[in-house]
Design a protein around this ligand. Sequence first.
Ligand code: PHE
Length: 357
Amino acid sequence: MDDLRQKYLSAIAAAGDEDALEVLRLAAVGKKGEISLKMRELGRMSPEERRKVGPKLNALKDEINAALAAKKAALADAALEERLAGEWLDVTLPGRPRPQGSVHPISQVTEEIIAIFADLGFAVAEGPQIETDWYNFDALNIPPHHPARQEFDTFYMHRDAGDERAPHVLRTHTSPVQIRAMEKHGAPIRVIAPGRVYRSDYDQTHTPMFHQVEGLAIDRDISMANLKWVLEEFCRAFFEVDEVELRFRASHFPFTEPSAEVDLRCSWQGGQLKVGEGDDWMEILGSGMVHPKVLQAAGVDPDAWQGFAFGLGIDRLAMLKYGIPDLRAFFDSDLRWLRHYGFGALQVPSLHGGLSG
Ligand code: PHE
C-alpha cells in the first residue's frame, strides 16, 4: 500500500496538465484502477484482516482523491495565471503614433475659396477635364482659327486617321463650365467651378496641369460694380486682411466684353508678401462681363440676362498666401515638402473657425 501511495502521489505531483491527471485518476481510483481492484479483494479476506486493511485502503483512496483535486485546482490556477500574463495590457503606455498624411495646400486653398464664395451665395459647379473643343473654345466665342486657340498651348486627344469624332482637348481653363452650368440651370445663376486645367507649359511659375476657379453670376442687372465688390470681399476674406486694393486693367478675352485683368496691391519687402499695402501690384485673375455670344451659346437670352465671369489661379493664390516659392514643388509628391506645407485633416477651413486653421 505504501508503494501505491508513493507511486501515485509523486505521479500526481509531477502531472503537467489535466489530461495527464485524468489518466492517473483512472489508473488509481477508476473502475479498474489499482486501488479499486485492491478494494474488491477485501471481500475475499477474513473479517479481522478486512477490519485492519479496509480503513487503510479507504484512507489511501481519500488521500489520492484529495491529491487529484488539489492538483487539478493548482493546474487551473496556473492556466489562469498564464492567460492573465499573456493578455496583460499596460494601459499607461503612451499611444503608438500612426503615420499621418496631410492635406495638400491646393486642396486646402480650394476649400478656403469654396467657403468664401459659398458665403457670398455661389454654388459649386463642375465639368469634365477632357472637353470637346466646342465647350473649351467655340461656345466661348473662340472660333476655329482664332489666335487664342494657339495662345493656350492646348493638349489635343489623339485621333486615328478616319476617326470622325469631334476633337477633344484637356480643358485649358475652367471657363467651359460656364457653358455647362448655364445649359443645365439657365439664368439667374451664381456658381463657382474649381478644378484642374492643362496647358503645355513648364517653368518655375507654370506646370502643364494647374488649378483654376471659375466664377459666374448672371441675373437681370449685374454689373462690373458687383464684380468689383465680390472680388474685394473675396480678397479680404482669403488673405485675412481688412483693407485690400484692387486695380482693374483693361484687357481682352473673347468670352467677356468688356474684359479686365485684376491686380492686387501688395508689398514684397524683405521677401515677405503683405497684401493691401506697398507699391507692387500682382495679377491674380482675368474677368469681365459675359459676352452676349457666350450667353447665346449656352441657351440664355442675352437681351434679358447679363452678368460677370472671372477665372483665378488657385496655385498662384496658394503660393502667395502660404509663401511657397516654386509652383513645380506642388506636384513633385516629395514627402518632406508635403509634411512641411500640408495641413492637418481637422484644419477644415470655415469663415467662423478661421480659414487657414
Ligand atoms: N479663362 C481665362 C483664362 O484661363 C480667365 C477668365 C475667366 C477670364 C473668365 C475672363 C472671364 O485665362
